[in-house]
Design a binder for this molecule. Structure first.
Ligand code: GAP
Length: 447
């Protein structure tokens, strides 16, 4: 059901902050850019890395029923015939006869061009897979596809992983990697792009247990976002209608987030049944089955598939964290403060070390503090040293990029061997002895 609520975040303000502060740049910008392709800058790359690490930690390292995989982007073209992507991974494409703009027919409210109101052509199925050629000859025999999902790399390696890891059902294989889709319509900043990163799990179970396992995965996936601070009231789970289901799915639930333009899918959790393992068994002639020693039975496992987008997770964390508030000033007034209330696990910079000034006596002490914090092991992530401009401006800059803690080294530090920790959300300042700094930061960041 459509929901009339929208998030209050101004997407333009967020996009501009993302560029200004080095999160996300338009790809090939000096050549005028390429539509809907983005580059992650120094802070964006930390944000994405933190998201992927948090996901891997929760769904691989903290469980005893998961292993990982990193399969190649280019695969045998038969993979995509068996999986159904060559025939069925299509969107209905329609062109405006007047202005020539292209649209996805299933996303249109009416059968006329949303841009100019012009008449539309009959829809035709457009395959979303990018084609390329393997080797120097560009003929039909050398056609290959850039993978549109990482899942198939997991299915075709099912036996390799099973034999080498000696896992028993139920167990899952996780993979993080790039995927490519020649989307007809893109947009919403990094929401829908043609090149993106996925975090996928294929969780293999005994048929008959699949529905219960599916429900558990929905709960676990939702909890991953809320544990990392995403607002509960901006998340929902939506079941796919029968006519929305992918060709392989018995049931799919989407985790959706309330973006500035309305609800949008950030993760799909599908019950893929035994569709893929059977399809690859038939097409390759290599049986992908499981032998259950307890019951002496051989069967094809069912698969529950939690599939999330890294870029959509990044978008979710950024939108959810973006805050504008009135903050008190030293002269008793107020001023607008922009901050990203990112969970410390996700924040690109965990701690910023700020000398009060560039004074020659302060700098060596502050540099020493910076080296100590980075080398202590208590802070698991990026630490920044910032001595440019006034302390107030530096606090604002760190607030804007979501740094949870600033460590300020001032002239008293030269005498009392202590520094001030400033918290991003509360702006509360606490004096801490240098000896206790690393452990104090670790505790506050939840390390
Ligand atoms: N293997 C299952 C699968 O591919 P999907 O729902 O098509 O399922 C999974 O994709 C997730 O990948 C989505 O929930 C979304 O987060 C992300 N995703 C899909 N298409 C995307 C695109 N064009 N741009 C950015 N992220 C995308």
């Amino acid at each position: 059901m459509a929901d009339s609520r929208t998030s209050t975040v101004d997407l333009e303000a967020l996009t501009s902050l993302a560029k200004r502060r080095g999160f996300i740049f338009q790809s090939s910008e000096i050549y005028g850019g390429v539509a809907s392709t983005w580059d992650y800058g120094p802070l964006g790359v930390e944000l994405k890395r933190n998201i992927k690490d948090a996901w891997w930690r929760k769904f691989v390292w903290e469980r005893d029923d998961m292993v990982g995989l990193d399969s190649s982007i280019l695969m045998h073209p038969e993979v995509w015939r068996a999986s159904g992507h060559v025939d069925s991974f299509t969107d209905p494409l329609t062109d405006c006869k007047e202005c020539r703009q292209r649209w996805r027919e299933d996303q249109l409210a009416e059968r006329k061009c949303p841009a100019c109101g012009g008449e539309l052509t009959e829809a035709r199925n457009f395959n979303l897979m990018f084609k390329t050629f393997i080797g120097p000859v560009e003929d039909e025999a050398s056609v290959a596809f850039l993978r549109p999902e990482t899942a198939q790399g997991i299915f075709v390696n099912f036996e390799n992983v099973l034999n080498s890891s000696r896992k028993r059902l139920p167990f899952g294989i996780a993979q993080i990697g790039k995927a490519f889709r020649n989307e007809i319509t893109t947009g919403g900043f990094i929401f829908r792009t043609r090149e993106f990163e996925m975090m996928e799990i294929e969780y293999f179970v005994e048929p008959g247990t699949d529905e219960q396992v599916h429900e558990q995965w929905i709960r676990d996936c939702l909890a991953w976002y809320t544990d990392l601070g995403v607002s509960k009231d901006r998340l929902r789970v939506r079941a796919h209608e029968a006519d929305e289901l992918s060709h392989y799915s018995k049931a799919t639930y989407d985790v959706e987030y309330l973006f500035p333009w309305g609800w949008g899918e950030i993760q799909g959790i599908a019950n893929r049944t035994d569709f893929d393992l059977k399809a690859h068994s038939e097409r390759s002639g290599h049986g992908l089955t499981y032998f259950d020693q307890a019951t002496n039975r051989r069967f094809t496992p069912y698969v529950v598939e939690p599939a999330a987008g890294v870029d959509r997770a990044a978008m979710t964390f950024l939108v959810d964290a973006y805050t504008e508030e009135e903050a008190p000033t030293a002269d008793g007034g107020t001023q607008k403060r922009v901050l990203l209330k990112l969970h410390p696990t996700i924040a690109p910079v965990k701690v910023a070390v700020l000398p009060l000034s560039r004074n020659a006596r302060l700098a060596p002490l502050a540099r020493g503090v910076y080296d100590k914090v980075r080398g202590s092991g208590a802070v698991d992530g990026f630490v920044q040293y910032d001595d440019a401009q006034s302390i107030g401006r530096r606090y604002r800059r760190q607030d804007e990029i979501g740094t949870p803690l600033c460590v300020t080294v001032d002239f008293d530090s030269l005498d009392d061997n202590a520094v001030t920790i400033r918290e991003r959300d509360t702006m509360k300042q606490t004096r801490v002895a240098l000896d206790a700094l690393a452990s104090e930061l670790g505790a506050r960041l939840g390390a």
